[in-house]
Design a binder for this molecule. Structure first.
Ligand code: CTP
Ligand code: CA
Length: 223
């Protein structure tokens, strides 16, 4: 059995991952977010725990059950996700950024519910910190894996993120393919690292998770 053959491949390895969307408050009743379901991140957490890893899952709001043996931390905003990650990053061997982190947040969150008035309105937004790049730039650095959801020029954009964020590996998926990626139960990944790549063809997210983690396990030297 494929999944049994992975047993213990990550024994004793400390693995942290982010999953799900983030929520950026506009006022006390509204927010900016995205369609991430958290399924890929939760599948990775489940698979990693089954492979013997000590798993910390930092997740935005999702409707998924915590996989067995996984330590879960719930957050809402990108800033809260960054704080939760940096709080526990120091002893990690592997970090996987699977969350769909909102790129921007509202510049000033209104303290009361915003009332409608004119026909148009504008919200000023400011850039959120990049969690993955922050981890990759940290002094005690785990093996850092990113995700890239792209609709075109997948390899070019993925390799650009790999280099720009100083990652060890990036798993890219073409979200323009129906039934793949965001909110779907299946996915296909194109995995890139500095001097190589591997395609993981479309299958359910849990099988894909085991395959990606065994690929990672061949690249890390356990601390
Ligand atoms: N990421 C992150 N923090 C952010 C934005 C992204 O940690 N503020 C991580 C994601 O979890 C993912 C990777 O960076 O692992 C790539 O995310 P993506 O949205 O594809 O890339 P961006 O760098 O935000 O670029 P763009 O959205 O412009 O394509
Ligand atoms: Ca982004």
């Amino acid at each position: 059995d494929k999944q049994l053959s992975h047993a213990n491949a990550l024994k004793g390895v400390k693995l942290m991952l982010t999953a799900g969307p983030t929520r950026e408050a506009i006022d006390p009743v509204r927010y900016i977010s995205n369609h991430s379901s958290g399924k890929m991140g939760f599948a990775l957490a489940r698979a990693a725990a089954a492979m013997g890893a000590e798993v910390t899952l930092i997740t935005g709001p999702v409707t998924l059950q915590t996989p067995p043996g996984v330590q879960r931390v719930n957050v809402e905003s990108a800033q809260q996700m960054l704080d939760a990650v940096m709080d526990k990053i120091d002893n990690q061997d592997i970090f996987i950024g699977c969350a769909a982190v909102a790129d921007y947040r509202v510049a000033e969150v209104a303290s009361g519910k915003i009332k409608k008035s004119s026909e148009t309105m504008q919200l000023a937004l400011v850039r959120n910190p990049d969690i993955l790049a922050t981890v990759a730039a940290h002094e005690v650095r785990p093996f850092v894996v990113g995700f890239a959801a792209e609709t075109h020029d997948v390899e070019t954009y993925a390799r650009d993120k790999l280099n720009r964020k100083n990652l060890d590996m990036i798993a890219a998926n073409d979200v323009s393919v129906p039934g793949q990626g965001f909110n779907a139960d299946t996915n296909a990944l194109r995995v890139f690292w500095r001097d190589g790549h591997q395609d993981l063809p479309a299958t359910d997210k849990l099988s894909l998770a085991f395959q990606l983690l065994s690929l990672i396990s061949t690249k890390i030297t356990k601390k």
